[in-house]
Each structure stands twice: as C-alpha cells, then as structure tokens.
Design a protein around this ligand. Sequence first.
Ligand SMILES: Cc1cc2nc3c(=O)[nH]c(=O)nc-3n(C[C@H](O)[C@H](O)[C@H](O)COP(=O)(O)OP(=O)(O)OC[C@H]3O[C@@H](n4cnc5c(N)ncnc54)[C@H](O)[C@@H]3O)c2cc1C
Length: 305
Amino acid sequence: MRSAVLARLLDLGETPAREAMGLMEALGGEMRSLILASSAQDAVAAVGDVHLGVHPALEDPDPEIAYLAAVRLIGDVPPDLLLLPEGPLFEMIGARLAGHFGMSAVRDVDEVTAESGAIILRKGAYGGKANVRLRASGGVVAGLRAGAFPAADPQPQTASIEDLGPLAEGGKERRTVRDTSGDDLGRAKVIVSGGRGLGSREGYESLRPFAALLGASLGASRAAVDEGWASPSQQVGITGRKVAPELYLAIGISGASQHLSGMSGSRTVIAVNRDEHAPIFEAADIGLVADWYQIWPHLQKALEG
Ligand SMILES: Cc1cc2nc3c(=O)[nH]c(=O)nc-3n(C[C@H](O)[C@H](O)[C@H](O)COP(=O)(O)OP(=O)(O)OC[C@H]3O[C@@H](n4cnc5c(N)ncnc54)[C@H](O)[C@@H]3O)c2cc1C
C-alpha cells in the first residue's frame, strides 16, 4: 500500500502529526511525508520518503493557498491513503483534496487497518454511541482523531525540496479571513469549555482568565456558540471539534450527547454545574455541584496565590 502523511512544517512537533506518522509506519508499505513549508529546510523530522513543498505564503496559509500547494505536492498519482491529522489542515482542505483526486474523505478516524489489500477505517457514529467500519473501494483521505494512535518519534531526514512557485492562477490574489480562535483545541492538553449556563458573553469571558491561569485553551458548547459568545471554531461536539486533552473542564454545560461525543477522548473530565442531575456528571471524573459565579472568585484567589 502507498500511504502519505500531509502536514505543515509548523505542526510537525505536535502530537497529532506524530500520530499520523506513527500510523503510517505501522501500516508499512511505501511511505511519504508531504510537508508544506514556508522556507526550505533540508532536514525535517519525519518518516518515510520526505518531500517538502516550499512557498512563502505557507507560514499560515489560507485555504486556497494550502489546497493549491497540497495538490502540487501530491502530484499526479495520489497515494492509496492520505493521512491528515484532524485539525485545521484537514478542515481547510481534506474534502476538497479528496474531490480533486477522486478519493473518499473520512474524518474522525480512530483505527485504520489493511485487510487483503483493502483499507478499513473505523470512526464514531451516532454521537459516539456506535462505531462504523468502512471499507474503502478506492483512495481515501483520512482525518485522524487526535489521541487515537501511538505517536511516532520521527527522525531528522534529508528532504527533497520543491519550490512550489506561483500558486494563484492567472496572477490573481485572493485573501481569505480565517477564524483561528479554536485552532489549538486539537492539540491542547487542557481545555476549559463554557456553556449556556454562564448566562452571558461577560460570563463566558470569565473563563478566559481561568483558562490563562491553567494554561488551557477555550472551548464552548454549541449553545454558547449560538449565543455568539464563542466562535464556531471553538465548538466541541458532534458538529464541532473532537478533542482529546488530558484535562477537560466543562463549566455550565448540561452534557447533551452531541457535546459528549466531541469530548469523549478526554483523559480526565471535571464538570461544574448547579444542577446535580445534569447528564454531564455521568461523563465526569470529578463533579462539582455549584454555581460557577460562587466558586470562581475562590478559584481565582487560590490559583493566583
Ligand atoms: C444535530 C445536532 C448537532 C449538535 N451538535 C452539537 C455540538 O457539536 N456541540 C454541542 O455542544 N452541542 C451540540 N448540539 C446541541 C446540544 O443538543 C445541546 O443543545 C447543547 O450542547 C446545550 O449546550 P449547553 O450545555 O451549553 O446548554 P444547556 O443545555 O442550556 O445547559 C446549560 C447548563 O448550565 C447549567 N447552569 C446554569 N447556570 C449555571 C451556573 N451559574 N453555574 C453552573 N452551571 C450552570 C444548567 O444547570 C445546565 O445544565 C447539537 C444538537 C443537534 C440537534
């Protein structure tokens, strides 16, 4: 089987990218690491045959640039399996790449096996209540669920470097404004998420200093996003991000199944809710039946002191 990992140079030190490489190594066969980079670098920590595509706009690319660069880097013959760590890159270009190369796109994959030459992917369904196994009938672009695979320890390798040259067609320049506020959720070790129970935008904002004290990233329930307190890229859940931090704190979140399915990979869950019957407590390792506004001043004092 021919497999490739597509990643950004800036993400190579991160666990999701190393997990994608770990899976590629475990599957064996012909392996390529396709790395999008803003400047040439002849030794990158990767596995397999390393191919670095260089364009100055790849420092923090907009989706159009990332897509055109990836198409160029993959070349005319795509691999059977193209692995992308779940996160910004997959969200930006995963489905579009699949469309371009006539492949399938599957996200939130937590197991990949090869059986008699066919690729079998497993992913969650029905809000994480069931797993489905999909047998690919052609090439697949797979977004890998963070935390589901053992991370490889990629070694510095000499990379073949390709200058991607002008990417915009017809010399036209397009600019896309991208919401980056939830970008780090996929790799965060600690996440503080807020829900409708916080009552207002100011209430949600009270999580910001709390998260800063813990070195955490800020997530949200869909209700908090719908209220306009948080951005859609911060939403955790079945229609938002799937996260797998070491610690997930759910504040004023009831624990609807659609939210739980996005946070089920968390190692430890702490919930704060004033309703002792809230379903979030069933998913929590530690539950505090409390009003957030009663406990936050004490927490702040303790953490700052
Ligand atoms: C197709 C579909 C997809 C969906 N996808 C998602 C998704 O991806 N992510 C997601 O989150 N939801 C999703 N939802 C919505 C989901 O069903 C819930 O409506 C949503 O998660 C509820 O958000 P919440 O827990 O913040 O709000 P609520 O359900 O209103 O809960 C608020 C909680 O805060 C508690 N509370 C109130 N005041 C305080 C206080 N002062 N201190 C502490 N606790 C307090 C309350 O007791 C309550 O439990 C989806 C729904 C559908 C139908």
